[in-house]
Ligand binder design. Structure first.
Ligand SMILES: [Cu+2]
Length: 332
C-alpha cells in the first residue's frame, strides 16, 4: 500500500475505523479487491504528486511575488504563456491516459460471465432487506444472507433484484455492483484464505437498507463440500414434542407462506430460505446473533428488531413462538 492510501488509512482509523475495520476495502483478501485497491493506490499517488507540485509552486509564488514595503504601483501585468498553457494541458492528459490504461485493463480483467471456466456460479437476488443465494451447479440449493464459497476459486455472481435496486458489496473481496430488477449483472470474486468477510447493500433501497447486510463464509474446499452435502440432505424432521408442535405451527400461523424449509412441504419464496438456519451465525440479514433468545425476539416483533423489515408481526402467543423456536433450532 502506497503512502497516500496509507495516510488515508491512518485518517480513517482515527475517524471511524471503517477503513481498517471488517469492511475495509484497503485490506483486500482476494484478487479482485487487490486489483481495485491497486488502481485506487495508483490514482492516489498521481493526485498526491500533483498536490505537492501545485502546493510548492503556490508557496514559491506567494513568497517571491509578495508586496514589498513601499511598493505602491501594480506589478507588471502579464497575460498568456504558450509554453505554460501547453505544459498544463499535456501533463494532465498524459496522467489521465495512464490512469485510463489501468482502469480499462482491470475492467476487462474483472469482467465475468456465467460460462467462465473453473468457476462456481451463484445467483444472487436482492430483496428488501435481505439476500438470496442460489447455486445452480449444486442442485439449485438456496441459502440466505450468508454466502458460502470455496477459497481459491472464482465465484461468478449473477446479480438481480426481486424489488428495487440494491448493490452487492463485500469490500475485502470486491464489488460494488448493482442488482437491477429484470436484469442480470455478472461479477466475480475470490477469497485467498478461509474466513468470514462482511458486506453490505450499497444502494439505498428503503427503510431497512442500513440493516441489509451479508457475510461471505470462505471455506476450504473440503468444508465447502461438507456444507453442500448438508444442504442437499437437510435435517428438517422435528424430534421433540415441542419441535413437532413448532413444525405444525409453521404452516398454521402462516410462516410457510413466505419461507422454504428443504425436506418439508414448506416452499414459500417471499422470505429467506431457512433450510440451514442453525448453521447461520446471524439472523435478520446479519443484524443479531443467531441465538434462541434472539430468534424468539425476532418472531415476536420483527419491526422492533429491524425497522422496515417486511416480515409481519403475526401477534403469536408465547407458546407458539417457543414451539417455533424449538423447531427452527433443529434445522441444519
Ligand atoms: Cu440497500
Amino acid at each position: 500500500m502506497g503512502l497516500p492510501v496509507g495516510l488515508l488509512t491512518v485518517l480513517g482509523a482515527a475517524g471511524c475505523g471503517s477503513l481498517t475495520g471488517k469492511e475495509s476495502m484497503l485490506q483486500p483478501a482476494g484478487p479482485v479487491a487487490a486489483a481495485q485497491v491497486q488502481l485506487l493506490d495508483s490514482s492516489m499517488w498521481i493526485m498526491f504528486e500533483i498536490f505537492v507540485v501545485v502546493a510548492a509552486v503556490l508557496i514559491i509564488a506567494l513568497i517571491r511575488f509578495r508586496a514589498r514595503p513601499g511598493q505602491t504601483a501594480l506589478p507588471p501585468q502579464v497575460e498568456g504563456n504558450n509554453r505554460l498553457e501547453l505544459l498544463w494541458t499535456i501533463v494532465p492528459a498524459l496522467l489521465l491516459a495512464l490512469l485510463a490504461v489501468g482502469t480499462v485493463k482491470e475492467t476487462f480483467a474483472l469482467n465475468a460471465s456465467p460460462t467462465m471456466k473453473n468457476s462456481v456460479l451463484v445467483d444472487v437476488t436482492g430483496h428488501q432487506f435481505w439476500w438470496s443465494f442460489e447455486y445452480p451447479g449444486y442442485g439449485n440449493l438456496i441459502t440466505a444472507n450468508e454466502l458460502h464459497i470455496p477459497v481459491g476459486k472464482r465465484i461468478v455472481l449473477g446479480l438481480t433484484s426481486a424489488d428495487v435496486m440494491h448493490s452487492f458489496w463485500v469490500p475485502k473481496l470486491g464489488g460494488k455492483t448493482d442488482l437491477v430488477p429484470g436484469k442480470e449483472n455478472y461479477i466475480w470474486i475470490e477469497a485467498n484464505t478461509p474466513g468470514i468477510y462482511y458486506g453490505q447493500c450499497a444502494e439505498f433501497c428503503g427503510t431497512g437498507h442500513a440493516d441489509m447486510r451479508l457475510t461471505v463464509d470462505a471455506q476450504t474446499p473440503q468444508a465447502f463440500a461438507a456444507w453442500v452435502a448438508t444442504m442437499q440432505h437437510p435435517v428438517s424432521t422435528p424430534t421433540t414434542a415441542l419441535a413437532k408442535a413448532g413444525y405444525r405451527y409453521f404452516a398454521q400461523v402462516g410462516c410457510s407462506t413466505c419461507h422454504t424449509i428443504g425436506g418439508t412441504p414448506y416452499a414459500g419464496v417471499v422470505g429467506p430460505n431457512l433450510t440451514d438456519l442453525t448453521g447461520r451465525l446471524m439472523i435478520a440479514a446479519n443484524l443479531i446473533p443467531n441465538t434462541p433468545a434472539n430468534l424468539y425476539r425476532w418472531i415476536q416483533d420483527p419491526q422492533a428488531v429491524k425497522p422496515g423489515a417486511k416480515m409481519p408481526d403475526l401477534h403469536l402467543k408465547s407458546k407458539e413462538i417457543t414451539a417455533l423456536v424449538a423447531y427452527l433450532e433443529q434445522l441444519k
